[in-house]
Design a protein around this ligand. Sequence first.
Ligand code: ADP
Ligand code: MG
Length: 247
Amino acid sequence: MSREVLRIENISKNYGKIETLSSLSLVVERGEMVALIGPSGSGKSTLLNLIGHLIAADSGNIYVEGKSIDEFNNRALAKKIGMVRQNLDLVPQLSVINNVLAGKLSDWSFIKSLVSLVFPMEKELALSALRKVGIEDKYTQQTSKLSGGEQQRVALARLLVQNPDIVLADEPVSSLDPARAEDVLSLMSSIAREENKTLVASIHSVEYARKFFTRVVGLRNGRIEFDMPTEKLTERELQILYSLEVG
Ligand code: ADP
Ligand code: MG
């Protein structure tokens, strides 16, 4: 089987007159950990939202394991691609375990996922995910009462329950203090490595990109400025990437 899991081909996306992504192409292989870096407004979130099929491109194609993303129904796509967004998409009033089980939403009816009565097998599944992220004891708590770092872990546990092959994360740790951010990233990358998942994440910190990712893609003005193994990244590329626009 081919190692290619994701192929992005000449994707363009405009918002009004703003060209957000311009004919961007990228191929990702199974097990890669790709960090998207670049200045604010460079198109990182837009790219992730396109891959996650939350928005549609103006032109170009995205293939998941060789099949066009448009050919997947929601349930089939949820088995392939999972996403953690900056706002985490947790339901604050619900208990931790119910948020975690929302990872099975694609298998369930929406109503069933909101029923607070949790069936034993599903409970075990959620608890084992919460155990992996180190907050099993919090499972009955109301999610809004948890700290930012703990909520990040709930979102990770939900992703474990969804169990997609490709994990997309949009600035997954930008709201955390450095110690917790490293904690969450190290957890995320070790889970990805152990389970042979593919990880594509936008990351605001070059230091974290270096520490936790194998490949780094620099975006600027909706174009790929560079794409290289993380260990090859030098100050030169970073200077160009983050330099202010002149002329
Ligand atoms: P990044 O995540 O790298 O900061 P984004 O992908 O969020 O960048 O945004 C890239 C560009 O597209 C920005 O100029 C932003 O203003 C614009 N943009 C993104 N989403 C929208 C939207 N829903 N409506 C209008 N413009 C948008
Ligand atoms: Mg963004």
